[in-house]
Design a binder for this molecule. Sequence first.
Ligand code: FUL
Length: 698
Amino acid sequence: MKNVFLLLCLIGIMPAINSQELAKSPAPFGPLPTQKQVDWQEMEFYAFVHFSLNTFTNKEWGYGDESPQLFNPTALDVRQWARIVKEAGMKGIILVAKHHDGFCLWPSAYTERSVKNSPWENGKGDLVKELAAACKEYNLKLGLYLSPWDRNNADYGKPEYVTYFRNQLKELLTNYGDVFEMWFDGANGGDGYYGGANETRKINTLTYYNWDETYKMIYNLAPKTLVWGVGPSEARWIGNEDGRAGKTNWSLLRQKDELAGKVHYTEFMSGHEDGEKWVPGEADVSIRPGWFYHAVEDDKVRSLDEMVDIYYESIGRNATLLLNLPVDPRGLVNEHDEARLKELVATIKSDFKKELLAGTKVSADNFRGKINDFAPKNVIDGNKNSYWATDDNVTKASIEFTFKKPTELNRILLQEDIKLGQRIKAFTVEAKVDGNWKTIATETTIGYKRILRVDRVKASALKINITDAKASIVISNIQAYNAPTFVHAPEIQRDKNGLVTLKSDTGNSIYYTIDGKNPSEKSALYTVPFRYDKAVEIKAISRNTTEKINSAVKTAKYGISKENWKIVSISSGDLKSAERIIDGNPNTDWGFGSETNKLPQEVIIDMGTSIKIKGFTYVPQQVGNNLNLISNYEFYTSSDNINWTKQSEGEFSNIKHNPIEQVKVFVGVQARYLRFVATAAVSKGQSVSIAEINVVEE
Ligand code: FUL
């Protein structure tokens, strides 16, 4: 008998240890991801491309009446997009195949509003097809955005439109190979062209599209496609368009409540600890303020500082990162965006250059079984399928890493094995510095991936204490790194009177230029605020003088200062307080007085002198929960405060979810007086507020 056992062991049929020593794997806990969701989460970083009629009309949302003839890229090259995305280490591209204005980037059989009626490739082109081929060539996955809202379609709001929408979905899911993600945006219903009706159409997003049926159809046609957004989706919006997840981020959601309209989108940042379904977060953000390309934003590409924060606050907080590269009217990813993306990738690469825990001695105060199956050292073996697991019911435990010699570190990366559920509710990190344990982080969830940025410590040992979990602990990976010191670029502010203040992290020096040249440590050293009231481009860097490292360059462009600006009249409230509209500080705002709910409201500004302007900007209120946003406006100029000319009117598209400075340009005009009228608010019965009005000088 003994011989038979040995023989079976030798040929590998039976394990060579007796069954009592063999521990059972931990049972899965709570809602679990499907394999599709696990594969998707492992993609981590992928690109978004917004490119459509809006690129040519300079809008964020088209009304639906724009001519397809305007779609005319001169040098469109999808292989350039794919190359840039691939080089950045991203794993796929989600293309906006149809945005809210209804224009289709593929020759849909169900509408004339598509590339087939554009001059591009003489109407023979199919952008979805071209991109699908480029993705294949570069080994990237293709995802598609089909806007459920269609401001062009005459049937929008009727059952016929839902059939149309599904027909288009069918086209996209069957003609272009695998689609890894289908994106359904939450903006639905409102005013639009609607086949010439030019009216407002409200629909109930929860019921109108009959999502259950629509999803059934999708899964029948394309079971590999993960569906994002509205409806019973498999991944959720992160609740903002800044690309930032909550520090606490559960991949769970009370989706039943959500589908009953009981969840506010701000809850998406953290998900729900008690959610009944696995619906992980995807953080979406554009590399510049708008989703579509606007030339005026060429110098407003998000700073490297911001991009690095976004990376750590999305991928580093258990979300995926969907980064938008707005393709420009040539049909190319713009060079400003490509340059910033490269800087981001270089920074992240150098942050994670050398892993430090791999050679350490690992121990834990608890692990299941007596052999290696679930031993603590599994977290440093580089195998994502092996893990450290505690005995059932052990929800508090510590894992310790001892370095061969004291080691400097400032990044810690942790991963749960999500196939068994998301379990950890709280943990702390301790470092042994000069023989004493010091707590360097106190945190909440981990999930698929959590990355902590901590102050650099020189530690002889590192300890992770799981202090609370829903079930036994299952951690597949823990790493540590010593990222190079990141020097934050300085802040540049100029007030109404032209007083310039530069700020940087304590201990750093600031150098600046006002002649447009890039500053270095040889440029002027900033010591105290200085006055500069003329039009100027200020460029500044921070320098960590100990390590001799400079930050990226921060640029701020100003027209002449607002020193001579005055509020001439305001439709409600007092003139003095309304000065906040022109005080040069976006963090102070003016809310229209008592009878505020009544629109329109308006302000008249005297710039003190006549200048040539080609646009204005409205900075919405930045501070607070209710931003009192203006959705529609009229803008007039005058040289005498008597005769006014309307220069622009329209909507601040997408301001609700992306409350950034709104830039509106028009044909250059000489003006001294400005009249800004708020004609509609984002929420009905809401007061409106203005943080700042600026002009775009010619
Ligand atoms: C939003 C849309 O309204 C924007 O235009 C953009 O497409 C963004 C990604 O989603 O809600």
